[in-house]
Design a protein around this ligand. Structure first.
Ligand SMILES: Cc1cc2nc3c(=O)[nH]c(=O)nc-3n(C[C@H](O)[C@H](O)[C@H](O)COP(=O)(O)OP(=O)(O)OC[C@H]3O[C@@H](n4cnc5c(N)ncnc54)[C@H](O)[C@@H]3O)c2cc1C
Length: 397
């Protein structure tokens, strides 16, 4: 059987943004790489409707720059924003950030998943990697010097390093026997693209209303991508509304901050679950992105954490032909550097959700006081902003 095996330094399963970025980085470092996804190859065109959007921080944009795709992603309807407004419906708590005040070129970038994925796939191809869309796998042989992946249709890929970037319900993670801690929030993220009466002012807006969290993210064409986190039962009701009733409910939930909702795309609901894999490595298999962890989208950090995994993995894996990309010391270093960081972010998002989600009067009062203090205190505010934006605060304040 060994004669029919196609050998690669690394096989990446999952061509979402995290997996495609790993594949590109490894291919550029001189490894023989194959990127496989069960979906068709992502292809961007200007007429395609806006669907999934993410806000990226400066660290993620820097990674895209190093991978040579930053310009292509931004040219595909990417948008830099310079302001951020966060407020609480039940207290005076409010935080405002401005890129100029912080001495930054932007506070973040709204980018579409399709723009990211199509640019990264093109990069993998240009760097000599092999692309295999529309393909799934059905069996695995764990060997000491490689992992054999048996594909639908009979091909067998031999991987010295197998990267599981196959998303939150990772089948590879399950097959490797890696346990995962799950925290279902019993919330759904309702996502839509909307046009508003007043301009978004290149600002990311977020309103906390008890358990409900509503974000308006600015898009290049003047519309906003909204993420509305709601308890499951309420999300079910909101998802069943027609366009007019949904637009009205959305305007009210946002306190009318950007005026009437003039038009809306169809709505999509995402179940929100926090997850953390107990280990990120099993022999020659390594987890990245949502396969390793998922968090509440309230701070728009999920993919940013995924890109931090990518950066750490690319830094750890020895470069160049002949080097073993699954060197155990390198993979241990990767797990050490990422698991703790992701756990801290997971827990701080859960803490924030509790702080803003509670309508108990003392908590509401403390939150008004605490957040007000942060807003008035230049040093603290800069610290919190830069941490969330993936910026290193080494330039002083
Ligand atoms: C409502 C919502 C809003 C969000 N907003 C933000 C935000 O503003 N900023 C941010 O940073 N993050 C955000 N996130 C999180 C972000 O979307 C995810 O963290 C990110 O998309 C994960 O990327 P990934 O590449 O790890 O996984 P995915 O994008 O899920 O990609 C997994 C890939 O694996 C493929 N695959 C799966 N199984 C197989 C298989 N068996 N064989 C072959 N291929 C397979 C799939 O087809 C897919 O292409 C948000 C999440 C939600 C739910």
């Amino acid at each position: 059987m060994s004669g029919s095996v196609e050998h690669f330094d690394a096989v990446v399963v999952g061509g979402g943004a995290a997996g495609a970025a790993v594949a590109l980085g490894l291919a550029r470092a001189g490894h023989r790489v194959l990127l496989l996804d069960r979906r068709p190859r992502p292809a961007f065109n200007d007429e395609a409707p806006v669907t999934r959007v993410a806000t990226l921080n400066a660290a993620s944009m820097e990674l895209l720059g190093e991978l040579g795709v930053r310009d292509s992603v931004l040219a595909r309807r990417g948008h830099a924003f310079h302001g951020m407004e966060v407020w609480d419906a039940h207290s005076s708590a409010a935080l405002g950030f401005d890129a100029d005040d912080l001495g930054l070129p932007a506070l973040g970038w709204t980018v579409e998943h399709l723009a990211l994925e199509s640019s990264l796939w093109e990069g993998v191809e240009a760097a000599g990697g092999v692309l295999l869309p529309d393909m799934g796998w059905r069996a695995i042989d764990w060997r000491t010097d490689r992992i054999d992946l048996h594909l639908d249709g009979g091909r067998v890929l031999g991987a010295r390093l197998l990267v599981a970037a196959d998303g939150a319900e990772s089948a590879l993670r399950a097959r490797a026997g890696i346990a995962v801690r799950r925290n279902p929030y019993r919330m759904t993220g309702v996502v839509a693209t909307v046009a508003t009466r007043f301009p978004h002012q290149d600002t990311a807006w977020q309103r906390f209303n008890g358990e409900e969290i509503l974000a308006f993210l600015p898009l290049a064409d003047g519309r906003c991508s909204i993420v509305w986190s709601l308890p499951d039962f309420e999300a079910e009701r909101i998802l069943s509304l027609d366009d007019a009733a949904f637009s009205e409910a959305l305007r009210d939930a946002f306190g009318g901050r950007l005026g009437d909702i003039l038009s809306t795309s169809p709505r999509v609901g995402w179940p929100l679950v926090g997850r953390q894999a107990h280990d990120y490595v099993s022999g020659r298999l390594v987890l990245v992105g949502d396969a390793a962890h998922t968090i509440h989208p309230l701070a728009g950090q999920g993919l940013n954490l995924g890109f931090s995994d990518v950066r750490a993995l690319l830094d750890a894996v020895p470069a160049g032909a002949g080097a073993d990309p699954a060197d155990p010391r390198a993979l241990r270093a990767y797990t050490r550097s990422r698991r703790l960081d992701n756990e801290l972010m997971l827990r701080s998002m859960e803490g924030l959700r509790w702080l803003f989600g509670s309508s108990l009067p003392p908590v509401a009062w403390a939150r008004g006081l605490g957040v007000g203090q942060v807003d008035r205190h230049r040093v603290l505010k800069r610290f919190f902003a830069l941490r969330a934006l993936g910026q290193d605060d080494t330039r002083g304040v």
